[in-house]
Design a protein around this ligand. Structure first.
Ligand SMILES: Nc1ncnc2c1ncn2[C@@H]1O[C@H](COP(=O)(O)OP(=O)(O)O)[C@@H](O)[C@H]1O
Ligand SMILES: [Mg+2]
Length: 402
């Protein structure tokens, strides 16, 4: 297995005050406000650990003041940790000298700020090429990479414009193009879309999703908006007062929020967008093999109190649905192997990644539950109507309070 691109262990940052005392108190579980009162120090981030895989979009989310910006600045050593380590491609950042650190920031892990800090007197193309210029890349390469990046974000036709000639959304895209042109392994994005109005924000999210699926960038994305986190994140780290309260996929967090803080966020989330067919799929109670004895299949249907059954070939590929009446006729007519004549029942299938809001109308309309299939048409599971209703109506399981 390849090592994670980014590995963070026990990362901790204390600002001001009596640091050692603050660290001891924090390690005993004393909360941030109390530590501040007793030591004058702010424990901005405490004992955070996680690993980000190559190509993963990893979201860090929490309320304002939860330590997100501090965490992201620790990741590229813009600030020094009070304790803990950050490894990029297996190398401990603390072991690097200044020159090496600059190279790492330029080539391995680059930061995309909220306002993208475009250079006002340079063209869009020069802005996009900026990191490459700093790196000392040849002019032809700068231009080629910048133009590719601008094309990727849909702005190549504005390459000669200056930032103040562009709309806010376009400027954000120039910032994104700069990060793409730099082609660093990890992109750090600290609330890049928070200042945008909702429609442009939506466009930027779409663009980022597309870039990530096409380019497989490794991204650490900071947000305080759980809908944005759910939409973009492969996994989400929930921070509260500098500590990890939960780390999981969006559906995992929705299904079982770790505490009231997380549950408060999840109550605002549109579950039909987050939960997918794959999340709700379960093993079918019954399937039949092509070529099986129709009488046997009919008996198992009767035992399971079902009206039809998915029929699979030897590779689990779905070939159709056998309905009880057609099976009965096959038995009457003396047929002994299940074949095309028995495959009369209609059904519906969706890929595992389909969100509930795109398949809810298909659920419960056939003799068999909605099927979930992979790219090769193999049956991964089924989604009975009750599973959808249950998931949408579920009140998130909160930690019981005394
Ligand atoms: N340079 C600093 N000096 C002192 N305290 C800081 C500094 N930077 C951040 N903090 C404090 O650390 C905590 C976390 O801040 P921050 O990381 O900016 O949170 P977020 O990005 O989630 O809003 C806050 O209490 C903030 O006031
Ligand atoms: Mg912040």
């Amino acid at each position: 297995m390849t090592p994670p691109v980014l590995r963070v262990s026990g990362l901790t940052k204390v600002f001001g005050g009596r640091e050692r005392e603050a660290l001891e108190l924090a390690a005993q579980g004393v909360g941030r406000a109390e530590v501040l009162r007793r030591t004058g120090a702010t424990v901005a981030v405490h004992d955070v650990s996680f690993a980000v895989e190559r190509g993963e979009l990893f979201v860090v989310m929490g309320l304002s003041g939860s330590g997100k910006s501090t965490l992201v600045r620790l990741l590229n050593r813009l600030i020094e940790p009070s304790a803990g380590t950050v490894e990029i491609d297996g190398r401990d950042l603390r072991a690097l000298g200044d020159a090496e650190l600059r190279t790492v920031r330029n080539e391995k892990i680059s930061m995309v700020f909220q306002h993208f800090a475009l250079l006002p007197h340079r063209t869009v193309r020069e802005n996009a090429a900026y990191a490459l210029k700093v790196r000392g890349a040849p002019a032809a390469e700068q231009r080629e990479r910048a133009d590719w990046a601008l094309e990727t974000v849909g702005l190549l036709d504005r390459a000669g414009a200056r930032p103040d000639e562009l709309s806010g959304g376009m400027r954000q895209r120039v910032g994104l193009a700069r990060a793409l042109a730099a082609d660093s392994e990890v992109l750090l994005m600290d609330e890049p879309f928070s200042a945008l109005d909702p429609l442009i924000r939506r466009d930027m999210q779409d663009l980022l999703e597309r870039l990530q699926s096409e380019l497989s960038k490794t991204i650490v994305f900071i947000t305080h908006d759980l809908n944005e986190a759910m939409r973009l994140g492969d996994r989400i780290l929930m921070l509260k007062d500098g500590r990890t309260v939960q780390l999981g996929t969006g559906p995992e967090i929705i299904a079982a929020p770790a505490d009231d803080y997380v549950a408060d966020f999840t109550s605002d989330v549109d579950r039909t967008r987050v939960l997918t067919a794959g999340d709700l799929a379960r093993e079918p109670r019954l399937t039949a093999r092509l070529g099986a004895d129709p009488g046997d299949v009919l008996r198992s249907l009767a035992a399971a109190d079902a009206d039809g059954v998915y029929v699979l070939d030897d590779d689990r590929r779905l070939v159709g649905v056998a309905r009880d009446d057609l099976l009965a006729r096959a038995v009457q007519e003396g047929r002994t192997t299940l074949g095309p004549q028995e495959l009369g029942g209609d059904h519906a299938t969706v890929p595992a990644g389909t969100p509930v809001n795109q398949f809810v109308h298909l659920v419960g309309r056939h003799v068999v539950p909605l099927g979930v299939v992979d790219d090769g048409g193999r049956l991964l599971g089924v989604v009975p109507r009750a599973a959808v209703l249950d998931a949408l109506s579920a009140v998130p399981a909160r930690r019981s309070t005394p």
